[in-house]
Design a protein around this ligand. Structure first.
Ligand code: WT7
Length: 697
């Protein structure tokens, strides 16, 4: 499956100096290690596991699994019998065994230039232990679910690791999601506590997070589920605490980190949010932290104890709680981070993703910390205060490994090379991308303008479900082809299937599936194992189905072609068409809705919605604005429709199924419709073409 020889043409090789000291220096070495990882996974992963602390060793096979629904329940177990603690491994082990206590874990860079904070591994451990004690004091115990709804601040990492330390299961909800979305996630995993913040700035815009969190908790109560406790971080200011909160400010001065964080933040922020406070429910993070010990014995967990839940869109519209467990996830994110970014001790690594998505979980929190890496944690936007911000930060911290999304690259590309060339960027060594297929133009710009043609690009394909990278280049070893995620990571066995489920060999295109598990693959959909089985394993028994299309070229390179289910990828985030449609039909004026993706030069896809109105309703700008608002409020800003078109009728098959394929063509203005013989009424299509939204792009 892996070619004997990497192609010599049309490919980019990483800089020669990359190879020196690289973990995987050549393509031959990659192939050799890949074969070992497949033929003897116990040995391969056993070697990787030696870097970690195990309270007790595993007893059975390294990986045990069933991927075939026809043979019984689907399961994946990794390192059964072992016990460990993920927080202990990513913090205590670094501070005590590896003597990295004084090493910087995070350079926090705030939204506002000048807002900054440096946190060492020792300080992080101290904070995490204290917050773990806070959680315990609030009644959180092993196995309990904790919802975290926070901006990109160090305390978000602290909250996650404190959960891991006491064996609680965190469920981080991206701070851009709406109250409704937060509520839905809290209720689904029955979280006993919510951790949030007063608010934060995104560029110029103040987001009053606590107000949204309160609304979510109210919605939970309305649904008969009461959360009872909410810990609120005063991120924006201490004044907020003194002026508008009824709870008394901390009597004792808060030690070290806390104090420093407050000073820094107060200095730079302009407006502070008004924070409503209900003393029955709301507890102040700082006050709680001042009254606990900084020692906290980790809770020893077995390998398959849950580590976290992270929701991802599902094609039925209801988000799925993807569950990851302790040992396998830790091992896999640590190993992929180390090898895919070729991590070195003196690196400064920066991943621009939000921790609210899996990229942040695996490659801001767990993977880098497991390796004792120094990371930049950035709260702001690539365009604030100007479009040079990213490169300014790269120079400021001497970032050597940089990881972002194609949508960010396309956005910055629009402003040309001048804002990039204003900064030196000579510290950069490896550039990464994730989230969607990267178009070759964006790849070339990233490579030549950002990386000055020196830095290999790792185009990492993976999913919330896969836990970590599954198809990816290794920077010193893999000759790159712009737009291809190249080859499988160690332990991963991809295949391409046709519609009848037959494996295709050689040059081919079809469904991307995986034939066996790797340590970091998800274990279940929280509370709904049946949905896990039917979503990923039912279509092709024996395989994990990604939902992506894929092409393999003559050199064996994998090219992801995009989703082949009813999912849209907007700025690297998956949205289900059903979810947006259900938000639209929630409006009294809408009888039926169909949502498709329309190519967008920056976002990848934009949301194009067709709505059929109820009799007597008129489509106008007011209604359009209301519908956009409706979706935004139900799901979050990322799901705001770009276009809404009135559809007196939708193109349907004779059996009544909406033909999305046709709608996609209408949305993007392509006249070549292909075979439309199953269409019940072809005049509908002509009508929709005539009235389509044709915005200037
Ligand atoms: C979907 C997963 C993995 C973290 C971010 C998204 C698409 C992701 C790539 C890539 C082509 C990619 C796929 C995948 N995708 N990375 N390098 N090349 N497509 O996580 O929200 O779970 O989305 O993102 O369609 O299935 P997610």
């Amino acid at each position: 499956m892996i070619p004997d020889k990497a192609p010599e043409e049309d490919v980019f090789h990483g800089a020669e100096e990359m190879r020196r000291g690289a973990h995987v220096p050549t393509f031959d070495k990659y192939k050799e290690m890949y074969m070992q990882s497949i033929e003897d996974p116990d040995k391969f992963w056993g070697d990787m596991a030696k870097d970690f602390f195990w309270k007790s060793k595993h007893t059975g096979r390294f990986l045990d699994y069933n991927f075939d629904v026809t043979k019984g329940e689907i399961f994946i177990k990794c390192m059964e019998g072992a016990s460990t603690n993920v927080c202990y491994n990513v913090l205590d082990r670094n501070v005590h065994d590896r003597k990295l206590g004084d090493k910087v874990a995070f350079y926090w860079e705030g939204n506002e230039p000048g807002d900054e904070l440096t946190v060492t591994y020792r300080e992080l451990l101290n904070c995490v232990c204290r917050f773990a004690n806070v959680l315990k004091s609030q009644g959180v115990a092993k196995g309990d679910r904790v919802a975290i709804y926070m901006p990109m601040v160090v305390e978000l990492v602290v909250a996650m690791l404190a959960c891991a330390r006491i064996g609680a299961v965190h469920s981080v909800v991206f701070a851009g999601f709406s109250a409704e979305s937060l509520c839905e996630r809290i209720v689904d995993s029955q979280c006993s506590l919510l951790i949030t913040a007063d608010g934060f700035y995104r560029g110029d815009k103040l987001i009053n997070l606590k107000l949204i969190a309160d609304e979510a908790l109210q919605k939970c109560t309305d649904k008969g589920f009461s959360v009872g406790r909410c810990i609120v971080l005063k991120h924006l200011s201490k004044e907020a605490q003194e002026t508008s909160l009824s709870s008394p400010p901390a009597k004792r001065p808060c030690p070290d980190l806390q104090k420093e964080m407050e000073t820094v933040r107060v200095r730079k922020t302009r407006l502070v949010p008004q924070v409503p406070w209900n003393p029955e429910v709301d507890k102040c993070w700082h006050t709680l932290m001042c009254n606990v010990s900084d020692e906290c014995e980790p809770e020893w967990c077995v390998s398959e104890d849950p580590l976290f839940i992270l929701y991802t869109s599902g094609s039925t519209g209801k988000p799925k709680g993807v569950l990851h467990t302790a040992s396998g996830y830790m091992l896999y994110t640590a190993t992929t981070f180390k090898l895919v970014f070729d991590h070195r001790a003196d690196d400064v690594y920066w991943c621009t993703a939000d921790i609210g998505w899996i990229t942040g979980h695996s490659y801001i929190t767990y993977g880098p910390l497991a390796n004792g890496a120094t990371s930049v944690l950035f709260e702001g936007l690539p365009t604030y205060p100007d479009v040079s911000r990213m490169w300014e930060i790269v120079d400021k911290y001497h970032v050597s490994k940089f990881y972002t999304a194609p949508t960010a690259i396309r956005l910055l590309m629009k402003y040309g090379s001048e804002p990039v060339h204003k900064y030196k960027r000579d510290s950069l060594k490896v550039l990464g991308t994730v989230g969607e297929p990267i178009n070759p133009e964006a790849w070339q710009w990233y490579f030549t303008v950002v990386g000055d043609g020196r830095c290999p690009i790792v185009d990492t394909f993976w999913q919330t479900e896969t836990g970590g990278h599954v198809i990816t280049p290794l920077p010193a070893a893999t000759p790159m082809k712009p737009g291809s995620a190249t080859f499988p990571f160690f332990g991963v066995v991809p295949a391409i299937l046709n519609e009848s489920g037959e494996e295709l060999e050689g040059t081919s295109e079809g469904y991307l599936v995986f034939k066996q598990p790797w340590p970091g693959v998800m274990r279940t959909v929280y509370g709904n194992h049946g949905r896990f089985e039917s979503t990923y394993f039912k279509k092709f028994p024996g395989y994990y189905v990604t939902g992506d299309g894929c092409r393999r070229d003559k050199d064996g390179y994998y090219w992801i072609t995009g989703r082949i289910d009813d999912m849209l990828n907007v700025s690297g985030h998956l949205l289900s068409t059903a979810e947006v449609e259900s938000a639209l039909v929630g409006h009294e004026a809408v009888a039926e809705a169909a949502v498709v993706g329309r190519p967008h030069p920056v976002k990848g896809e934009s949301l194009y919605c067709f709505v059929t109105l109820r009799d007597g309703t008129i489509f106008n700008h007011t209604l359009e604005a209301q519908l956009k608002k409706q979706v935004r409020e139900k799901i979050g800003a990322i799901a705001t429709p770009d276009f809404i078109q009135e559809a007196p009728a939708l193109p349907k098959t004779r059996s009544g199924k909406i033909m999305r394929r046709v709608l996609r063509k209408i949305a993007s203005g392509e006249r070549d419709l292909g075979d439309v013989s199953t269409l019940a009424d072809s005049s509908v299509v002509e009508q929709l073409f005539r009235s389509r939204c044709c915005p200037a792009m």
